[in-house]
Design a protein around this ligand. Structure first.
Ligand code: PGA
Ligand code: MG
Length: 224
């Protein structure tokens, strides 16, 4: 049984299936620019490194590579405008999330949410889904100078709770969460159902892989 002092949860692909809104906005942006739409399956593989990267990936039509800078400068404000109006209407909390969070809170764990999504979208999304009040700290993609896979957001949250890295656990869905957790000296548990750029998250060797946050009950002892 793991016995951390505090736990951080990723947002997209861990708590919330946000791709339907993100894909809607990507395709509406592409249509407005007179460019080909990309579809939800493609967008699913492009989420996890913040909205700037998502827009760049949409423009080039693949995970890697850089679009023409002028195209990006035209596209990015359009995406921001669209996502501000379509932040949560099509998104849903994954099954087992409420149960998992309720278990963690009842077990006495301080909780934080660490996401690469910008704060202006993170807060309304969590609020709408009834999750905002569950977290003692929210570290978003634009809170600090560097985002995941850099360890800084995780270490910042650990400092907030006064927890040592070796007493800290990250729960996420992507290789960025695994890399950030390993670099920070945290434990890392991953969801099998999230977004990991089309790769099996097991290939990144997290400490455990779960199919639902409700499974945390079998892995974690009450907080120390
Ligand atoms: O890519 C994003 O915008 C957010 O992704 P994350 O919540 O999984 O960090
Ligand atoms: Mg994620």
């Amino acid at each position: 049984m793991l016995r951390p002092k505090m736990i951080l949860l990723d947002l997209d692909g861990t708590l919330v299936d946000s791709v339907p809104d993100l894909a809607y906005c990507v395709d509406a942006m592409m249509a407005r620019l007179g460019l080909p739409v990309r579809g939800e399956a493609a967008v699913r593989n492009w989420v996890g490194n913040g909205i700037e990267r998502l827009v760049r990936r949409a423009l080039v039509g693949q995970l890697d590579g850089e679009p023409d800078e002028l195209d990006y400068q035209r596209a990015y404000p359009i995406f921001l405008e669209l996502y501000a109006e379509n932040t949560y209407g099509r998104s849903a909390v994954y099954p087992g999330v409420r149960e998992g969070i309720d278990f963690l809170k009842a077990a006495g764990y301080p909780l934080g949410c660490v996401t690469n999504k910008a704060r202006c979208f993170t807060e309304p999304l969590l609020e709408h889904l009834g999750l905002l009040d569950d977290f003692g700290i929210l570290v978003c993609g634009d809170t600090l100078p560097r985002k995941k896979p850099d360890p800084l957001p995780l270490l910042h949250a650990a400092g907030h709770f006064g927890a040592a890295p070796e007493d800290s656990l990250m729960v996420g869905d992507s290789i960025s969460d695994v890399k950030a957790a390993r670099a920070a000296g945290f434990g890392i548990i991953c969801t099998s159902y999230g977004y990991n750029h089309g790769q099996d998250i097991r290939d990144s060797n997290p400490d455990a892989v779960i199919d639902s946050l409700s499974e945390l009950q079998g892995l974690l002892a009450p907080a120390a």
